[in-house]
Design a protein around this ligand. Structure first.
Ligand code: GCU
Length: 716
């Protein structure tokens, strides 16, 4: 027997004997995400019944809804619903639009306000029979409603009396995949790219369909399939054919395909001498390219552009503005109803200028100069997806321009694959921030849902954490970040806690003794990361390049603003970045700019972001800043230990495979939290020259932390 044959035989034996071993629950890889459809536990479940599914005319989207309901209801309620075209019994479920279903049409339901993506779920009586309807104006609304109903049942909510009308508050709810042509994923921690380009266009894998289902279940309606650091080849004829096959597979699930484009593509693919947006030949090239794409993908969404940012080419190479560039592309997409998502992530290579001020300085003068199918995509904070940043002052400063939010779902700066950090609280903090653009209540949520300044385009983008790993996201708890991103894109005002509760119930179970501690743990998790990595408003002190682990000493970057000391500015006097002097604070509206201008009125969580503060400054706790810094790092470590203790008590409530992954990753997180604490404090102590509080001292000398090879951390 060859080596592989022997391995397979051994595996088969394990598979055959596994059911004989007594395990508390079947092992789960996490592949099913939150769409597990396990039987609802009797004790928590309502006595729900669905006897038959009543459908009307078919379409690929309505078929997807019916398929999902059959699969979901069979799993959850333990019995497959019959298929019917008329209501002849109690407890039937009728789905459709007034066009697809005569039964729905006859009910005269209040559907107008639902728009073209919303849904209504309601109990009704039809021909004397008790029935439930999922109705919408469009097929995709029905699919969203199907997932919403299944969510209710998975959460053990009673169907009786259900009456839900829901419409998304934003138009563009898109994932940004930073996936490269060669199958790698920039800042991806969940394996290779899910797009199997070599196998396309002939073959679309089952994983792509499951990806589409998962996205539809949370209302995501667009996907940018390639990295913002884009390869022009994605616009070549060979790739357009592949992208068209992918778009065909995603279409029934309401997901439009978008591409990131490389600004210099007309030169690289078209052989032109320039990519000047005002050159008619350049515009003609883009026009022909857009026409070619739309012939293959009639509902193509549009382009995402990273221009003149981190070395990428852009219109400024020709002394044109971002508006010149965005508008040229917008004009070629306009006849096809496509949009341009133009990124505002730009910063100058000038150490005298505070990097946090640069996007505002470049874009605010262009307010009102963009076409109506351009939307600026702005990262939540002005730097770069840090564990905590204040909201970007661009929100609230461009009333005449559509702005969409860019969140990062993949945790580049928050522990990557292993650390448990629920990002719902980070997203919520950004979205509920008040910009005061038109006085109190001008929240970031209202800027990006378009309601504050009445913009027709609105949206949220999330840099995906999805890869080919068995559990999609690199860890079970990372799945929650994909989930909450979609739910908050649908409704930017939904609460992080409510979404965590939904996710836990669907991903694990409905036992309150499990749900409550796990939700509590998730809600505290992001603050724990802030505390052991970048407390009190510190930022960008991660190791250079890969951003994994501490690197407050790092000065190896090629430019000043890629070096850690540029950000923390620790010296003998104190620590932190004086952003009053840099002009950053003035970019906010009153009363924020007055509040942030003074140490005494700046929230302590952002203190060192806004001010350079003396080591002996007295904090609200009564400690000095130095003592507080030590206390915060310690608290972060303690909070991870508390998460470990919480999880350890829950072993009997989770299948062994997922239980063990979370347990092991929490152990990694604890080891690395200690590393962060000790390395940072050993480093900052050379400036503070203050004694460590009693009972605390880094275990190793600073040089040891500085030399740690990638992927390793000191033994605690
Ligand atoms: C971060 C990230 C890069 C990415 C960039 C961007 O700096 O580290 O990998 O390209 O953001 O958002 O464009």
């Amino acid at each position: 027997m060859g080596r592989y044959a022997a391995m397979l035989a051994a595996l088969a034996l394990v598979v055959m004997t596994a059911p004989l071993l007594s395990t508390p629950a079947r092992a789960e890889s996490g592949y099913d995400l939150w769409l597990r459809y396990q039987p609802v536990e009797e004790s928590y479940g309502a006595a729900n019944h669905v006897t038959a599914l009543v459908t009307g005319y078919r379409s690929p989207t309505l078929d997807a809804a019916a398929w999902e309901l059959r699969r979901g209801l069979t799993g959850l309620l333990g019995r497959a619903p019959a298929q019917s075209s008329a209501v002849t019994a109690d407890d039937v479920l009728v789905i459709g639009t007034p066009k697809s279903s005569a039964v729905i049409a006859a009910l005269n339901l209040p559907l107008t306000a639902l728009g073209d993506e919303g849904y209504l779920i309601r109990g009704v009586t039809i021909s004397g029979h008790r029935a439930m309807v999922i109705a919408a104006n469009s097929d995709i609304g029905v699919l969203y409603g199907a997932f919403a109903l299944l969510r209710q049942i998975q959460m053990a909510k009673p169907l009786a009396g259900l009456d839900i009308a829901s419409t998304p508050k934003t138009k563009l709810r898109v994932l940004n995949h930073w996936d490269n042509l060669n199958g790698t994923v920039e800042r991806g921690y969940a394996g290779a790219s899910i797009w199997d380009w070599p196998a396309l266009p002939e073959h679309v894998s089952r994983r792509i369909i499951d990806y589409a289902r998962a996205n539809a279940s949370i209302g995501i309606n667009g996907t940018v399939v390639n990295n913002v650091n884009a390869d022009a080849a994605f616009l070549g004829a060979e790739y357009i054919e592949k992208e068209a096959a992918l778009a065909d597979a995603l279409r029934p699930f309401g997901i439009r395909l978008y591409l990131s484009v490389r600004w210099s593509a007309p030169m690289e693919l078209g052989g032109l001498k320039s990519a000047d947006p005002l050159d008619p030949a350049v515009k003609a090239w883009w026009q022909a390219k857009a026409d070619e794409i739309y012939r293959a993908i009639p509902d193509f969404g549009g382009f995402l552009v990273k221009a003149n940012s981190e070395g990428q080419p852009g219109p400024q190479d020709y002394h044109r503005t971002h508006a010149d560039g965005a508008n040229m592309i917008a004009d070629v997409l306009k006849p096809h109803h496509g949009v341009v998502m133009w990124r505002a992530f730009v910063y100058a290579n000038d150490p005298r200028i505070d990097r946090a001020t640069t996007a505002y300085n470049e874009f605010v003068p262009l307010d009102g100069k963009f076409r109506d199918n351009v939307v600026l995509q702005v990262k939540n904070g002005p730097l770069d997806f840090q564990p905590r940043e204040p909201f970007s002052p661009l929100f609230g400063a461009m009333p005449h321009t559509s702005l969409m939010m860019e969140f990062q779902i993949t945790k580049e700066y928050l522990g990557q694959q292993t650390h448990l950090a629920y990002l719902g609280t980070l997203y919520e903090e950004a979205l509920e921030s008040d910009t005061y653009e038109h006085g109190p209540g001008s929240t970031v949520a209202r800027v990006i849902d378009g309601s504050l300044d009445h913009h027709p385009i609105s949206g949220i983008a999330g840099v995906a954490n999805i890869g080919n790993d068995a559990d999609w996201c690199g860890s079970i708890f990372n799945q929650a970040n994909w989930y909450v991103f979609g739910r908050m894109a649908w409704d930017p005002e939904i609460s992080a806690r409510a979404v965590a509760d939904e996710w836990v119930r669907q991903t694990f179970n409905n036992d309150p003794a499990f749900v409550t501690p796990v939700v509590d743990m998730m809600m505290k998790s992001r603050q724990a990361v802030v505390d052991y990595m970048t407390p009190l408003g510190l930022a960008l002190i991660m190791a250079h390049g890969h951003h994994m682990g501490p690197g407050p000493w790092d000065t190896i970057g090629p430019r000043e603003d890629w070096k850690a000391p540029y950000y923390h500015r620790a010296d003998a006097k104190g620590i932190g970045f004086d952003r009053v002097a840099s002009g950053y604070v003035a970019q906010y509206h009153s009363p924020l700019k007055e509040e942030y201008a003074k140490v005494s009125t700046t929230p302590e969580d952002l203190l060192l972001w806004f001010h350079h503060v003396s080591w002996d400054h007295r904090m609200k706790s009564g400690r000095t800043l130095w003592q507080e810094l030590v206390a915060r790092y310690q608290k972060g470590v303690d909070d991870v230990a508390a998460m470990q203790a919480t999880w350890a008590k829950l072993a009997d409530d989770v299948d062994p495979e997922r239980y063990a992954q979370v347990r092991d990753f929490l152990a990694v997180q604890h080891r690395e939290a200690i590393w962060w604490r000790d390395a940072c404090l050993a480093y900052f102590e050379q400036f503070s020259k203050r004694p460590f509080p009693d009972g605390y001292k880094p275990k190793y000398p600073l040089g040891y932390y500085e030399k740690m090879p990638f992927g390793a951390s000191p033994k605690p």
